[in-house]
Write a new protein. Structure first.
Length: 107
């Protein structure tokens, strides 16, 4: 799974997170927990479509419950920050949510 680039994002707290960026058709290995960002990149512009956390990125991206929303928003990138702790992942999502302001909200 070769990454396209890396993206540093500062949360509302000011803390920075370095996410690895992949094309939308990436196939992750099993059992990789972390925070993920679904986005559309068009030239210099990036639109955040969805932000979430998961215990296992591979099966989630294969059959995401919001896939139709991602498709309608023309997603073409998946950014990922690996972290095993659900508590930390939820904290990161909360920190990044107001900054990224995704088009599709979780829930």
């Amino acid at each position: 799974m070769p990454k396209v680039s890396e993206n540093r994002i500062a949360g509302k707290s000011g803390k920075e997170y370095q996410l690895n960026v992949y094309t939308h058709d990436v196939q992750f290995n099993d059992f990789i927990p972390g925070v993920y960002v679904i986005s559309e990149v068009n030239g210099e512009q990036e639109k955040c479509i969805f932000l979430g956390e998961t215990d296992n990125i591979y099966p989630l991206l294969k059959a995401h419950p919001r896939q139709a929303d991602f498709d309608s928003e023309n997603y073409n990138r998946v950014s990922f920050y690996k972290n095993a702790s659900r508590e930390v992942r939820n904290s990161i999502v909360s920190d990044l949510m107001p900054v990224l302001d995704p088009v599709c909200k979780p829930g």
